[in-house]
Ligand binder design. Structure first.
Ligand SMILES: [Zn+2]
Length: 342
């Protein structure tokens, strides 16, 4: 499993060292942006610790014993996993300490305290730990203060600020960085999400180190929209109406929740930024003494257009209606291009 994991070599070595020295902590806080493989990493670690044939002092799971197979099939009785259910904003307290009528007799804290069923320890992974409310966090705190022997609790969060200091101070933090473009590209290929080199390269470059973002970007509608915007923005006489229409239609076609539509709108803006930036790069590379004046004007126009796109991004974040943001942006770009506004 570790072999399939990309990046995060230092973190892996750090844990291997802790195992070699017999100093594995009872609780870890994995901190890093969404979609970079923290959950996958936690799963690999759990598999190693639950493997029945792991060589002493290593974190290399055998991959074939019952323990390994059960972890991979998500049926290991000693591995407890909780995460934010779809459509919820808060991790339900029931998952941590059980439903009201069975409080303390079920849920993660209870299960972690039971004797292991097939391995020699129990492991719990809490994804989206930053969405625990104070009651859930306090319940978990009791377990952290008196961890069951041999147990390992792994909390995942995009930022440590979102975790109560009392919880934070009882966990060993492990920072995870975004993946690099090469790692994202390799993962896209490994997972069979795309096979075209150009698609993989451009997706990886835009994904900001997150596989989750790469996956969004690989939606065929977004890919088409990106190419369409590139060709529209390439034309000196870009028609604002056509461009807005292309974006708003694709957002409609992709559908989904309002938050998702806003995300897609924001991708459209970022594609415009990408196109303008690449034009800016070309221009600054080709400037000669002869063309300096004309190019300086073009650079100013491009900078003004980029600024207009960044405004649109801010408007989208501030929940302004999507058509207003998109139409406003393209109108602005067209005006700047015509030299009406700089
Ligand atoms: Zn094994």
């Amino acid at each position: 499993m570790w072999r399939e994991l990309r990046g995060h070599i230092r973190q892996r070595e750090q844990l291997a060292q802790a195992v070699r020295r017999g100093r594995l902590a009872h609780a870890y806080l994995f901190i890093g942006p969404e979609g970079i493989g923290k959950a996958r990493f936690a799963e690999c670690l759990a598999q190693s610790l639950l493997c029945r044939q792991r060589a002493a002092g290593t974190i290399d799971a055998c991959g074939v014993c019952t323990g390994c197979i059960q972890v991979q099939a998500a049926t290991h009785p000693d591995l407890i996993r909780v995460r934010l259910p779809d459509g919820k904003r808060e991790l339900p307290i029931e998952l941590i300490i059980g439903a009201q009528e069975r409080r303390g007799r079920e849920g993660l804290c209870h299960e972690l305290s039971l004797r292991p069923m097939s391995a020699d320890r129990r492991i719990a992974i809490v994804e989206d730990a930053h969405t625990m409310n104070t009651a859930s966090a306090n319940a978990l705190l009791k377990t952290l203060e008196e961890p069951p022997p041999g147990s390992v609790l792994i909390l995942l969060t995009p930022s440590s600020d979102a975790i109560l200091p009392t919880i934070r101070s009882r966990c060993q933090p492990l920072m995870f960085a975004p993946l690099n473009d090469g790692e994202i590209a390799a993962l896209i290929r490994d997972l069979g999400w795309a096979d075209d080199d150009e698609v993989i390269r451009t997706t990886a470059a835009l994904a900001t180190g997150s596989l989750a973002t790469a996956r969004q970007l690989l939606q065929p509608e977004l890919r088409q929209l990106r190419l369409r915007l590139f060709s529209l923005l390439d034309r000196a006489d870009m028609d604002a109406w056509t461009a807005s229409d292309a974006v708003l239609n694709s957002i409609d076609e992709m559908g989904g929740e309002p938050a998702n539509q806003r995300l897609n709108a924001s991708w459209a803006v970022r594609f415009c930024v990408e196109s303008l930036r690449s034009r800016l790069r070309e221009l600054s590379e080709q400037t000669t003494e002869h063309s300096a004046n004309e190019d300086a004007l073009q650079l100013d126009l491009l900078a003004a257009q980029l600024e207009r796109c960044l405004d649109a991004e801010v408007h989208l974040q501030r929940s302004m209606p999507i058509p207003l943001c998109i139409e406003g942006m393209f109108d602005g770009l067209a005006l700047i291009r015509r030299g009406t506004v700089v």
